[in-house]
Design a protein around this ligand. Structure first.
Ligand code: F6R
Length: 259
């Protein structure tokens, strides 16, 4: 695992964009996209490079991590809509090749299995962008999630519903259920890039990187993956015991070591 500590949220965006650009240059075919606030700086930077520097994501497939259950089609907070507005419409990804689970499916359990199979068929995901919840969730794998889980229906914690109320207006409007890629599904990706900004992520990030591997902190499963890059701003990195070493290793990276 490489931990890259940078000054600001905008800097996290540049590092994540570098990792994506490097993967694309190396022939990546499939991207994994997170929603929420964490990846927005990276999406803005990738859009800028597309506009100004000719970066192209044409021909790639992309898969979302998760979707709320029961939001009506076209609801502005459905993750399918959010990713279009925040990213896909600003680059040359083909919207028809950006897939997410259908949270309005009649048989949600079957839809979760179908989505997992679709990722397997198109995959592996070459680079998966991740955020982390204040309680250590990745995707919507809340504490207690099996570390080998596949895509399935999960119930959000009240803490996550309160966190995400800022997107909805009122906590009562935040759905209780989601379809989320499982931790095992996420772990099938070749390269996991987790980005975190802000002091409210510091405790969860330290538990994920330096705590025990435990279902109580789902993001700690990243410690078992062979290729992980964590990109944190200073505020999110304040509780990392080995921050000094992470900075030292990054400053002395060999030229042939990419992300
Ligand atoms: C979103 C997702 C979640 C978020 C996490 C952090 O697709 O899977 O795990 O990454 O809840 O959310 P933000 O980035 O809004 O703080």
């Amino acid at each position: 695992m490489e931990v890259v500590i940078v000054a600001t949220p905008a800097d996290t965006g540049r590092v994540v964009a570098d990792a994506v650009q490097q993967a694309v240059a190396a022939g990546a075919r499939v991207l994994g996209l997170a929603t929420g606030s964490s990846p927005l700086a990276a999406y803005r930077e990738l859009a800028r490079r597309h506009r100004k520097e000719g970066l192209s994501l044409a021909g790639l497939d992309a898969f979302l991590l998760d979707e709320y259950v029961g939001l009506p089609a076209g609801h502005p907070q459905s993750y399918a809509r959010v990713i279009r507005a925040e990213f896909v419409d600003s680059v040359d990804l083909d919207p028809a090749r950006v897939q997410g689970p259908d949270g309005t499916a009649g048989d949600l359990l079957a839809e979760a299995r179908r989505y997992d199979a679709a990722i397997r068929a198109a995959g592996p995901v070459d680079l998966q962008i991740l955020g982390i919840g204040g309680n250590g969730h990745v995707g919507f794998n809340e504490p207690g999630s099996s570390l080998t889980s596949r895509t399935r229906v999960k119930t959000l914690t009240e803490a996550t519903r309160r966190d995400n109320a800022r997107f909805f207006g009122d906590v009562s409007d935040v759905p209780r259920h989601v379809i989320t890629q499982g931790l095992g599904t996420i772990g099938d990706a070749r390269h996991l890039v987790l980005t975190a900004s802000g002091a409210h992520k510091a405790t969860a990030l330290a538990a994920a990187i330096e705590g025990p591997v435990s279902a109580s902190c789902p993001a700690s499963v990243l410690q078992l993956h062979p290729h992980v890059t964590v990109v944190a701003d200073e505020a999110a990195a304040t509780r990392l015991r080995s921050a000094g070493h992470y900075r030292y290793a990054f400053a002395h990276k060999l030229s042939q070591q990419g992300y």
